[in-house]
Design a protein around this ligand. Structure first.
Ligand code: C5P
Length: 227
């Protein structure tokens, strides 16, 4: 349930802008809870694939979203949560590019997004919440005390992702990555409900010329103004 007494900081932006890492670091510094909202869309996409539900079937996807047996097991505050779909641990599986693309397909449906609303707001518990996604500041937590919107060029985002994958020994084509990112951006920006766009009161940070530490420092400056 919505608890307006619990402060929320929202960090929105496209994938590859570093928002996941920034959100973790901020949550850790503050000792606050963390919501990685993309996980819910990723788990739903995986559940649909497991159950043979079409990524185009809004009614079936909504039923699946309402009944979704997803659990987050905390290791430590500010740390990544382990993600379970039914009895299976899916923390790593849902990170695949394929699952991210499927997630952006299920995320276009208004009824699916509504079905996931309360699950996201339930993360709002004391001492506070740092929430990362696309619509955290615009739709889910419009009363957040600080709203950040991170941007980066598709080339820079693809390069970061490429380096991450390379470090894991996974070799991919950089040009193909840029193409997939653009396609996912288009889907996220053009959908009618909760499209990827900054809240009117969001602080926009272009991360292209910045290191993660510099982004975190800028975000902390904004937080210190209001806390
Ligand atoms: O952030 P992440 O890459 O995990 O998100 C996967 C997909 O889930 C996004 O491309 C987007 O379509 C969807 N999503 C969303 N709203 C959010 C978080 C994620 O629509 N708040």
């Amino acid at each position: 349930m919505m608890n307006p007494k619990v402060p929320v900081i929202t960090i929105d932006g496209a994938s590859g802008t570093g928002k996941g890492t920034v959100t973790h670091l901020i949550a850790k510094k503050l000792g606050w809870n963390l919501l990685d909202s993309g996980v819910l869309y990723r788990v739903l996409a995986l559940a649909a694939q497991n159950k043979g539900v079409s990524l185009e079937d809004e009614t079936a996807l909504t039923a699946l979203a309402n009944a979704l047996d997803v659990r987050f097991i905390a290791a430590e505050i500010g740390e990544s949560l382990l993600v379970f779909l039914e009895k299976q641990e899916v923390t790593d599986i849902i990170r695949a590019e394929k699952v991210g693309n499927a997630a952006s397909k299920v995320a276009v449906f208004p009824a699916v997004r509504t079905a996931l609303l309360d699950r996201q707001r339930a993360f709002r518990t004391l001492p506070g919440l740092v929430a990362d996604g696309r619509d955290m500041g615009t739709v889910i937590f419009p009363d957040a005390i600080v709203k950040i919107f991170l941007t980066a060029s598709p080339e820079e985002r693809a390069r970061r992702r490429y380096n991450q994958l390379n470090a894991k020994g996974i070799h991919v084509n950089l040009g193909a990555l840029v193409g997939e990112l653009r396609e996912r951006d288009r889907r996220d920006q053009e959908r009618t409900v909760a499209p990827l766009k900054p809240a009117v009161d969001a602080i926009i940070i272009d991360t292209d010329p910045l290191t993660i530490e510099q982004v975190v420092a800028q975000v902390m400056l904004e937080i210190k103004k209001v806390l």
